[in-house]
Ligand binder design. Structure first.
Ligand SMILES: Cc1ncc(COP(=O)(O)O)c(C=O)c1O
Length: 423
């Protein structure tokens, strides 16, 4: 191990965060970092926005907790705001505090509306959370001790534009995957399917965006077979792609949208938006004690207003375009960059040892993460099974151009260092 690698390996220890403001987080040793992870892609609005903090504090002074059998003024106010920004016709709204439970809520509503169905279809490499049902809906976790008691979920293949099967072109692979999906719904499972649940872009499972025709094809198949379509927009929602929802970006409206992460401006909140014609839960069917936690609702209302007033969807589109162009330019010089992914500020690069074989460069990716810390930038990693070679650049949507440029400069510099060491 040379000196620099030695010094870098000391950075493996966990960072203790003590403060955050806007696009910065601060640790207990006085270091400041540009946060290109938005803390698990949750601070779409920069951290500790004063409008959000004030709204939450004002709510805490009035009422911190109300049982879900009661309405509260902030609940009614947020419902209206959610309906204002919801995808077309998804006007029924329900809340909980975690994206995983939002996913379960969506599944439960689908089963309620398809009472004869026992099956759910999801995509391979998908990620929907860590609760029992969402674990089952996600990629197979290694050594999962809960497997025997998980619900019945069938995972189907999806197109992968960077690594299409059998040398197919993207559109051929889309057609293949759509046929496999329809075959699975009609012949691959016992009995009817309640829903097809998917992330519009697979976040944790490899930052995989599908060709546009795939989204439309899945919608058509759901229409033909009677399965509901659930979009898990926990990562893609609230402006990240440059539009309020991925469904706006792709022009395909699901029956149920799951939201989470960015909605609460740093406070825990998640939930679903469901089509107006779906039957909603009966009393007690989805009542969680803190599911409508007033401080989180107040924070979410202030966050959505800030996203609207600050034009953060447009900003994400502009900043994402800038980041993507810079990364594409970098790719011409840095051979480790196999692929540049967007859209909006949903940005990542995949590092490969060789552009022909596309063999993942995991060591290099982890080094980018560690060396980024040394330069005061937190990049996102992907540590899941079979991955580990993605670097994500997903800062708050209101990051300044200067800080975004600085982060990309650091990325360029550390990639150069690593390439030199590898050669
Ligand atoms: C697409 C998606 N769905 C659901 C979840 C689960 O959200 P939570 O961790 O808030 O339960 C995540 C979390 O990473 C996610 O990325």
């Amino acid at each position: 191990m040379n000196n620099i690698t030695n010094e870098i390996s000391k950075m493996e220890k966990k960072i203790t965060l003590v403060r955050a403001q806007g696009s910065f987080v601060f640790d207990d040793t006085g270091h400041r970092y540009i946060d290109c992870t938005s803390q698990a892609w949750s601070n779409n609005l920069g951290a500790n926005d004063p409008r959000v903090i004030e709204a939450a504090i004002a709510q805490i002074r009035e009422l911190t907790h109300a049982r879900p059998t009661f309405d509260t003024p902030i609940l009614l106010k947020l419902n209206k705001k959610m309906q204002e920004v919801a995808p077309e016709n998804l006007t029924q709204v329900g809340y909980c505090l975690h994206g995983s439970l939002g996913g379960e809520m969506a599944m439960k509503l689908a089963f309620k509306n398809r009472p004869e169905a026992r099956n759910l279809i999801t995509l391979q490499d998908g990620y929907h959370g860590r609760s029992l049902a969402t674990l089952a809906a996600s990629w197979p976790h290694p050594n999962n001790p809960f497997l025997p008691i998980e619900p019945r979920v069938t995972r189907v293949p999806h197109p992968d534009p960077y690594r299409p099967r059998l040398g197919m072109d993207s559109e051929q692979e889309v057609r293949l995957c759509l046929e496999l999906l329809e075959d699975t719904i009609r012949k691959g499972v016992d009995g009817p399917v309640a829903a097809v649940m998917m992330e519009p872009i697979q976040g944790n499972g490899g930052h995989i965006e599908f060709p546009r025709s795939y989204y439309h094809g899945v919608r058509d198949i759901c229409n033909r077979t009677g399965a509901l379509l659930i979009f898990d927009e926990v990562q893609t929602g609230f402006g990240r792609l440059g539009t309020m929802w991925a469904s706006d970006y792709y022009g395909v409206t699901p029956d149920i949208t799951v939201f989470g992460k960015g909605v609460g401006g740093g406070f825990p909140l998640a939930g679903i938006l469901a089509h107006k014609d779906l039957t909603w839960f009966g009393e007690g069917e989805d009542a969680l004690t803190f599911g409508q936690f007033p401080p989180s609702l107040a924070a979410a209302h202030a966050t959505i207003e800030a996203i609207q007033n600050d034009g953060l969807c447009e900003r994400a589109a502009e900043q994402g375009k800038y980041a993507t162009e810079r990364l594409l330019e970098m790719q011409e010089r840095r051979k480790l960059i196999g692929n540049v992914r967007c859209p909006g500020l949903f940005v990542a690069i995949e590092l490969v040892k060789d552009r022909q074989t596309k063999e993942p460069a995991r060591w290099a990716a982890h080094q980018v993460y560690l060396r980024g810390i040394r330069h005061g930038v937190l990049f996102g990693e992907s540590r899941y099974l079979g991955l580990g070679n993605l670097i994500k650049v997903k800062p708050p949507l209101d990051i300044s151009r200067e800080l975004l440029a600085r982060s990309l400069d650091v990325l360029d510099e550390v990639l150069g260092e690593i390439e030199d060491e590898m050669s």
